[in-house]
Design a protein around this ligand. Structure first.
Ligand SMILES: Cc1ncc(COP(=O)(O)O)c(C=O)c1O
Length: 403
């Protein structure tokens, strides 16, 4: 007898935790994901901040199809001139500060962080990397070494040496950035810690210290990029410029791509002494770059980003006054809903799922759930999704109010 998809999934596909949601997907469109029984789910996660333009945006699909007719892979990154890459760069750099004028395409967020660490060391000749506690930058060995949770990282020793942790938003800790520091890798808004915005002038103070110590400031905008916080990039919202900008997730409209952005002199350090200092076979894949360019065009040419703040507030206001909601931390449409008690959390997540709304946990915050909906939600859809959340919150509360 042949195995069901579910059996194969659990027997033959690698599991990342014992608690997979195991939603059996049949298709996804706009803000909805449908399971194989035809049940519709509001996507309130965007596949962890990826599907910012919703699922299968027609313009993104068109761009991908057009490129498929021309060529897919022709050569490893950096050897052939491919218009999806050059057109992307041309468009992106019209919307970034002039000091950011060179892009190294990669395939995923963690690879971008790895490249940023290597480049910081290469450019400064120093080795120390400063990162924040409770930040997540990826799962490859270098990015993993930036994780502050020793209980976790103990399983993967030895980590790369030279990582120093500071507390996010602690002004006194900034002094730990010193003359041995090669780079400071920081999220402008901490994502997996449960959406922690920067304190006023915090990012400016980090910038100033990096300038004094002549080390690189690296912003990980892998979650905050591409409109999520209400500006095209969060560093623009907070008016602080990084030396290196790390991009990923929403960049590809649902296909895997990331990029390290900096100034030409810095990024081109990879090409000399030694040449081929960083190379990647599939980076800058032309089909994905064509889709990514359509994503960027849509963000620039429509009101999607302009409406993020209003929509984020609208959804937040629907649930903010519920009895068991303690606080909502929010930057645009990136939200953490903190509950009065930790024990409510699993009930809210599970009940939302049953009622047809997908929400998720954070890696480093066990009291809050994540809301990062596609930015294209309309207000009616937000109302409907918000009502589901209210019902799930009621359910969680009722689990502990029975005498
Ligand atoms: C802020 C941040 N940086 C880096 C990464 C790693 O990206 P990827 O999973 O594409 O390797 C993530 C992934 O969740 C992230 O949230």
């Amino acid at each position: 007898m042949s195995l069901s998809k579910r059996d194969i999934f659990f027997s033959h596909l690698a599991q990342t935790s014992p608690l997979s949601l195991a939603l059996e997907v049949s298709r996804a469109e706009g803000v909805f994901i449908y399971d194989t029984d035809g049940k519709r789910y509001f996507d309130l996660n965007s596949g962890i901040s990826v599907s910012s333009l919703g699922h299968r945006h027609p313009k993104v699909i068109d761009a991908i199809k057009k490129q498929l007719e021309l060529y897919m892979h022709t050569m490893v990154y950096g050897e052939h001139i491919q218009s999806p890459q050059t057109e992307y760069a041309d468009l992106l750099f019209q919307h970034l500060d002039n000091s950011l004028d060179c892009i190294y395409f990669l395939n995923s967020g963690t690879e971008v962080i790895e490249a940023a660490m290597k480049l910081s060391r290469r450019v400064t000749g120093r080795y120390e990397i400063v990162a924040c506690r409770n930040a997540y930058h990826g799962s490859t060995q270098g990015s993993e070494s930036l994780r502050s949770d020793k209980e976790y990282s103990r399983s993967f020793l030895p980590l790369i040496p030279g990582v120093r942790h500071i507390e996010f938003n602690d002004f006194d800790a900034i002094d730990n950035i010193g003359c041995r520091t090669a780079g400071v890798i920081i999220e402008p808004v901490q994502a997996e810690a449960g959406v922690i915005p920067p304190a006023q002038n915090y990012l400016q103070a980090i910038r100033q210290r990096c300038d004094e110590m002549q080390c690189l400031l690296v912003f990980d905008e892998i979650q905050t990029g591409f409109g999520r916080t209400g500006a095209l990039f969060a560093h623009q919202k907070f008016s602080v410029l990084p030396d290196l900008l790390c991009l990923g997730k929403a960049m590809g409209g649902g296909l895997p791509i990331g990029a390290l952005v900096g100034n030409k002199k810095t990024i081109n350090t990879f090409s000399r002494n030694p040449a081929l200092g960083h190379i990647s076979t599939f980076a800058g894949n032309p089909v994905i770059c064509a889709g990514a360019k359509a994503v960027l065009e849509l963000l620039l040419d429509t009101d999607v980003v302009k409406e993020v703040e209003e929509k984020g507030k609208y959804l937040s206001d629907i649930i903010a006054s519920h009895n068991i909601v303690k606080e909502i931390r929010r930057e645009g449409m990136m939200m953490a809903v903190e509950l009065e008690k930790r024990k409510y959390l699993k009930h809210v997540v599970q009940r939302s799922f049953e009622l047809g709304a997908l929400i998720d946990y954070f890696l480093f915050n066990s009291r809050s759930f994540r809301l990062a909906p596609p930015l294209i939600y309309n207000f009616e859809q937000l109302r409907e999704a918000g009502d589901i959340l209210l019902e799930a919150l009621d359910f969680a509360e009722s689990q502990y109010s029975k005498s």
